[in-house]
Write a protein that binds this ligand. Sequence first.
Ligand code: CA
Length: 253
Amino acid sequence: MKTFVNDSREPGSQVTSGSQRVLVVEDEPDIAALIGYQLTRAGFRVETTLNGIEALRAVGRDIPDLIVLDRMLPGISGDEVLGRLKDDPETEGVPVLVLTAKKEQEERIAGLELGADDYLTKPFSPRELVLRVQAILRRAPESGGGSAGLRVFRVGAIHMDVSAMQVSVLDEDISLTPTEFRLLRALLECRERTLSRRQLLEKAWDVEADVSDRLETRTVDMHVQRLRAKLGTAGDSIQTVRGFGYRLKKDLE
Ligand code: CA
């Protein structure tokens, strides 16, 4: 089943450049309609599908500029849909905003590991959803499609755009060295999960680390201290896990 929300254009008609297409994949009709309504009001062309199979068919017909994807779907799951999109060179660059249920937020967000650009926890405000969609699309290349490697992380006040090599805290750009950038990226990618100093060395320095080497572990500590200082108020979100390593805590409350 497929519904077009408030889209009066004839099939195949020219779309004005300002009108970007969003595919909404959500099996709860009320939520799908609400999302469709808000995005349409914000000027997007919205197509809604109620399950993953329909979503993949819709993408096959016409690749959207962005996909809002619920994780919990009947039949094939949202994660499965995301995995298939990311496995296909035609669609791997399409930004995906994942909708997730509250309890899943406590765990690692599998969707982000599969390559989602951002996620929203239900219940969310429709306004917040529109803002997130707009933010993701602002960062996506104009041409759309083929933007492999596009990744945007948002954890608390920290925002990282990997493809643009930009990091901001509370919307203030901050300047990081390439090593600090890779270190922060590793922590963001594994948010809420503790990374050992050895793992951080391998991810941020791309070296095979020897855990017994005190000099190398001190190198990690030194860079984490600098990174914390540069992140200012958000620096506290990088927590030391005694005797093991570091982790990025999402919420300090
Ligand atoms: Ca659902």
